[in-house]
Each structure stands twice: as structure tokens, then as C-alpha cells.
Design a protein around this ligand. Sequence first.
Ligand SMILES: O=C(CO)COP(=O)(O)O
Length: 127
Amino acid sequence: MKPRIALIAHDKKKDDIVTLAAEYVDFLRGCNLMATGTTGGRLANELGLTIERKHSGPFGGDLQIGAELVMGHIDAVIFLRDPMTPQPHEPDINALVRACDVHNVACATNVATAHLVLSQLRQAVRK
Ligand SMILES: O=C(CO)COP(=O)(O)O
């Protein structure tokens, strides 16, 4: 079965998520991808990935992805948060990360962990 991966990045981390996704683009093309609105737009436009785009994060996109996760529709979350900038929708961000912990879904919140998660998933698909 195709891995189902959610991709999210705060504004100052969007270049990082595009760079990260570019490194795994062949693998990601074979996944079912979901993203918050602006992140998904960049990944689609710049890498040609097919992604189900939810609302932008501050408008409920994190919550929409959280709801999908709670329903068992997501295998891993790559969520490059910006720890240096306050976000207006901090409760939504915390809700999504908490839902990952409640449901034991892998959640990478920085690039180093994202590499570990993506390379492991890619390896599992190759087997
Ligand atoms: O704010 C976000 C996550 O909390 C990301 O939303 P966008 O991808 O729409 O910028």
C-alpha cells in the first residue's frame, strides 16, 4: 500500500520543505500526499507533486489534517514548525502534534527527523 504522508511547513520553513521533498521526489510521487494549503501549493508548483490540499494552516488546515489522522488516513506527518515565530493558530498546531502522539503516528518536526522518517519509509516500500 502507498504510504500516506502529510506535509506541512510554516512560512520560514517552506524553502526547507521544498528542498527536502525534492530529495525524495521519486519516492513521494508514489505516495498519497496531503498538505496544508500554501505548503501544498509550493510543492505542487515547484516539484510537480500531486497533493490533496487542505485549507491553509491558520484557516484550519492543521485541524483538517488532524481529523484525517484521527480517522486512520495518515501514516506519517512531516511538520516543519518555526520555533522562533509565534503563530496565531498555535492551538491548532498543538492539536495536530498531540493527535500524532495519541494515535502513535510518526511526526517529524525538523529536517533531521524528517530525513529519518522519509528514508525509512522509502526503504520499507522498496522491500
Ligand atoms: O500554518 C501552517 C501550519 O501550522 C501551514 O499552513 P500553510 O501551508 O497554508 O502555510
